[in-house]
Ligand binder design. Structure first.
Ligand code: ADP
Ligand code: MG
Length: 435
């Protein structure tokens, strides 16, 4: 089947020939199929909005080379009338700034696009009313847009985009001005439009978590499409996105390599450069799963001249123990990040309980149910970076009467450092090893 939208070799310039010239799209080629939920993801200024204009037929004049094919037909060959029909009925666009007309009612804003089809005002209003109902904003029909909250205005914007029942819905950063609850509602609705109504949804965003429902992601940078990914599930989306961002930050290093490097320096502070290098090598092997825990401990302990790191037995055991802890918990923290990327308000209960059990492994004291609940809450706040490591430690130590946990200063300190050791805070690792 023909893709519903296909771009071939698109180049587009703003201010062509002027000193302010911008080459906004560079050899862009892509295909979007009917019924797909796809997304453009990339930093501000990379050309996302420009691409939306091109594929909705609104920037035809500026395109300097390449083709836009709608259902296999070159848009440059559309008659004026056909182009107008495609823009008015073929696509519905939802904007970040809502773009509602301030002087007319909510109902009339939604009814307006239908005027193009020559439908009577009465029928337009009736249709618009139905759309407002579908978006749960019917009670505000007769208000002016300015009398609605941001979330409600965005729902009016969506209703208007649906007015002529377009098969393609385009959203240009629709969540930018919304709080997380309203942002979630919009995403849910877009998903419904895609799965229940079978519409093609094209989402533009620069927030990774809002990509969760996209099953084709175009990564953009400097006017180019760097990469296309087709994740099967939401989990894959979060993973793919965080991997890509990580690689962009450290283009020449793998994740384990970076981890090995930072841990090696910390754990072997004061050792010679050659010892640290060798340690780093074995650490990378362990982190990558090439050697198991026993082999790792053995090479740490083995004499340097025999190819080992040459640590004394006690130290080798201690370091090995710490590395195993970091490894198993690091996995958990990655999961936490994934969940957070998908939904910043996610409760994370399971991951937090895992971390809490690990934190309490060496804790000798007893904790009642109240303290456990408070501890989980605290871990959550720390993981989300709502409180600092110092706050975390202080609250552990604070008396129960003051809404703390009433844990001794020494245990509070230990627990806080242990938690930091898996949150990527390298200082925590050094301190918890007392190096
Ligand atoms: P994004 O939506 O990803 O933030 P845009 O498509 O809006 O990116 O912009 C891509 C590039 O084109 C940017 O460098 C931007 O400054 C430039 N640009 C966008 N619109 C215009 C315009 N009307 N005139 C001149 N330059 C523009
Ligand atoms: Mg934009």
């Amino acid at each position: 089947m023909e893709p519903i939208i296909k771009l071939e070799g698109i180049n587009l310039y703003y201010d062509k020939g002027k000193p302010t010239e911008v080459w906004a799209l560079k050899d862009v080629a892509l295909e979007i199929n009917k019924g797909e939920y796809c997304a453009f993801f990339g930093p501000s200024g990379c050309g996302k909005t420009t691409i939306l204009y091109v594929l909705s037929g609104m920037e035809s004049e500026r395109v300097s080379s390449g083709q836009v094919l709608i259902n296999g037909r070159d848009i440059a060959k559309f008659t004026k009338r056909e182009l107008a029909v495609f823009r008015q009925i073929g696509v519905g666009i939802v904007f970040q700034q809502f773009n509602l007309i301030p002087s007319i009612s909510v109902l009339d804003n939604v009814a307006l696009p239908m005027a193009f089809l020559g439908i009577s005002l009465e029928r337009r209003r009736a249709e618009a009313q139905k759309l407002l109902e579908r978006l749960n904003i019917a009670p505000y029909a007769n208000r002016l847009p300015s009398e609605l909250s941001g979330g409600q205005q965005q729902r009016v914007g969506i209703a208007r985009a649906l007015a002529n029942n377009p098969p393609i819905i385009i959203c240009d950063e629709p969540l930018g001005n919304l709080d997380s609850e309203n942002a979630n509602k919009v995403l849910e609705f877009m998903k419904e439009l895609n799965t229940k109504d079978g519409r093609t949804v094209i989402m533009v965003t620069h927030e990774a978590w809002s990509l969760r429902d996209a099953r084709k992601i175009f990564y953009m940078k400097d006017g180019k499409i760097l990469k296309v990914e087709e994740p099967k599930e939401s989990g894959d989306v979060a993973q793919a996105v965080s991997k890509l961002m990580y690689k962009q930050l450290n283009p020449n290093m793998g994740e384990n390599q970076i981890m090995a490097k930072s841990l090696a320096d910390l754990l072997l502070r004061g050792y010679s450069a050659s010892e640290v290098k060798r340690f780093e090598f074995f650490l990378l092997q362990r982190l990558s799963g090439n050697i198991d825990e026993d082999v790792f401990r053995e090479v740490l302990d083995r004499a340097y001249r025999n190819g080992g790191v040459g640590l004394w037995k006690g130290k080798a055991a201690k370091i090995s123990f710490l590395v195993e802890g970091v490894m198993s918990q690091r996995h958990t923290i990655e999961q936490v990040h994934e969940v957070l990327e998908k939904n910043p308000e996610a409760p994370l209960a399971e991951e937090i309980q895992k971390v809490r059990r690990w934190l309490l492994e060496e804790y000798k004291g007893k904790m009642d149910e109240q303290q456990i609940l408070r501890l989980d809450e605290l871990i959550g706040e720390r993981v989300r970076n709502i409180i600092t490591p110092q706050n975390f430690e202080q609250i552990l130590n604070l008396s129960k009467g003051k809404f703390g946990l009433g844990i001794s200063m020494r245990s509070s300190n230990r627990m806080a450092e242990k938690l930091e050791s898996i949150l990527g805070g390298s200082e925590g690792v050094a301190k918890s090893m007392k190096l």
